[in-house]
Design a protein around this ligand. Structure first.
Ligand code: SAH
Ligand code: SF4
Length: 358
C-alpha cells in the first residue's frame, strides 16, 4: 500500500491516530512541532522520539510527497515551482513577494473539470483531486526553500487559486485550511488566506457555515448570464441569480467581504455597459464586496481572447468607481515566467509529448 503524507493530517486527526496506535497524545504534538515549527524533512531528525516510534512513523507515512521538477525565479521575485506527484502527475505552485509578505498560490486538483474557455488549467480534464497532504506540501516546499537559504522569511499569505476548482475538492481543501491555520504550527491567519471558486453554489453555502474566517473570492468574469455562459459553462448550472443568492447568504451568515474576480477580456466583457451591469449587480452589497480587475494572461490554446487595452480597463474602473463599487486593478506577477495558473505545467507536458513523439 502506498504511504500517505503526514501533512494531510490535522492536529486532531494526528492525535487520534497516535491514540489509536497506543501512543501518548503529547507525542503527536511533538511530531506536529517538528513538522511545522522546526520544519524537519525526515522522521529521523525528530530527536526527542524513540527509535521505535520513528520506525512506526516511517512505516506508515511519508512526509513530503512532492518532487521538484522546475523552479523558475522571475525578475520581480516571483518563484514558480513545478512539482511531480507520486503518480507522476504534475502540478504547479507560485510564490509572490508582496509588500505585506510572502504569498503562495496553491493547486488543488490535477486539471480542472469546470472548463472555462480562457483558462490553461481547464485544458486538461481533472485527473484526480489532490490530497490534503499534497496541498499542504506545496506550502512546506516553499517554506523549506526559504529555510534552506536561511532567509528568515515566513509564508504569511495563501491564495487557493492554482490549478483546479477548490470547492470540487471540498473536504481536502478544508483539511488543508485547518493544517495551515493551526496556531501552534504554520499559524497562517485565516484572514490571510483566500479561496477562489468559479461559483459552485452549494459549496459556497457550506463554506458560509465553516466557522473559519477565511476570505472568499468568486470568479465572476461577466456581468450577465449570456456573456458568463459563453466563457464559463458552470454558469449553466449556477447562473448569476443563484450565485448572487449564495453571495447574499454568505454575507448574511459571516458578515465578511467577498471579492469578485473579473478578467478583462478584450471586446468580450470589457465594455462600459458591462461595467454598468456589474455595478447594478452589486449595488445592494457595496459595503461587503470588492471587485478585482485582472489582466488576462494570454493562453496560446485560447487565442480567441486577448487582453483589454489599458484605456478600456481604466474606463471600466471609472464606471465602477462612479457607482461607488470598491475596485482595484490587479498588479501582475511573474509574467516573464508563465505565472498564470496552469501555464508552466501545460508547457512542460507539451515539451514531454514532443520528446516522446520524436
Ligand atoms: N478554479 C478556481 C480557482 C483557480 S483559478 C476559480 O476559477 O476561481 C484562479 C483565478 O485565475 C480565477 O479567477 C481564474 O478565473 C483566473 N484565471 C484563469 N485563467 C486565467 C488567465 N489566463 N489569465 C488571468 N486569470 C486567469
Ligand atoms: Fe477551473 Fe478555475 Fe480554470 Fe475555470 S478558471 S477552468 S474553474 S481553474
Amino acid at each position: 500500500m502506498e504511504k500517505i503524507s503526514i501533512y494531510g493530517f490535522t492536529k486532531e486527526e494526528l492525535i487520534n491516530w497516535f491514540i489509536e496506535h497506543g501512543e501518548k497524545k503529547f507525542r503527536a504534538t511533538q511530531v506536529w512541532e517538528w513538522l511545522y515549527i522546526q520544519r524537519v524533512r525526515s522522521f529521523s531528525e525528530m530527536t526527542n522520539l524513540s527509535k521505535q516510534l520513528i520506525t512506526v512513523l516511517e512505516e506508515n507515512f511519508i512526509i513530503n510527497p512532492l518532487k521538484q521538477v522546475i523552479i523558475q525565479e522571475s525578475q520581480d521575485g516571483t518563484v514558480k515551482y513545478l512539482f511531480e506527484l507520486p503518480d507522476k502527475n504534475m502540478i504547479e505552485t507560485v510564490l509572490m513577494r508582496q509588500e505585506y509578505g510572502l504569498s503562495v498560490c496553491v493547486t488543488t486538483q490535477v486539471g480542472c473539470n469546470i472548463g472555462c474557455t480562457f483558462c490553461a488549467s481547464g485544458l486538461l480534464t481533472k485527473q484526480r483531486d489532490l490530497t490534503a497532504g499534497e496541498i499542504v506540501a506545496q506550502i512546506m516546499e516553499v517554506q523549506h526553500y526559504f529555510d534552506e537559504r536561511q532567509e528568515d522569511e515566513r509564508v504569511s499569505h495563501v491564495v487557493v487559486m492554482g490549478i483546479g476548482e477548490p470547492f470540487d475538492n471540498y473536504d481536502n481543501l478544508m483539511g488543508f485550511l485547518h493544517v495551515i491555520n493551526d496556531a501552534k504550527g504554520l499559524a497562517i491567519g485565516a484572514r490571510h488566506i483566500t479561496v477562489s471558486t468559479s461559483g459552485l453554489v452549494p459549496k459556497i453555502n457550506e463554506f458560509a457555515e465553516n466557522g473559519l474566517q477565511v476570505n472568499l473570492a468568486i470568479s465572476l468574469h461577466a456581468p450577465n448570464n449570456e456573456v458568463r455562459t459563453s466563457i464559463m459553462r458552470i454558469n449553466r448550472s449556477f447562473p448569476i441569480e443563484k450565485l448572487m443568492a449564495a453571495v447574499d447568504n454568505y454575507i448574511e451568515k459571516t458578515n465578511r467581504r467577498i471579492t469578485f474576480e473579473y478578467i478583462m477580456l478584450k471586446e468580450v466583457n470589457d465594455r462600459p455597459e458591462h461595467a454598468q451591469q456589474l455595478a447594478d449587480l452589486l449595488k445592494n452589497k457595496k459595503k461587503l464586496t470588492y471587485v478585482n480587475l485582472i489582466p488576462y494572461n494570454p493562453v496560446s490554446e485560447h487565442d480567441q481572447y486577448s487582453r483589454s487595452s489599458k484605456a478600456d480597463v481604466l474606463k471600466f474602473y471609472d464606471v465602477l468607481k462612479k457607482n461607488g463599487i470598491n475596485c482595484v486593478i490587479r498588479r501582475e506577477h511573474g509574467t516573464d515566467i508563465d505565472a498564470a495558473c496552469g501555464q508552466l505545467r501545460s508547457k512542460q507536458i507539451k515539451k514531454e509529448k514532443k520528446a516522446t513523439a520524436k
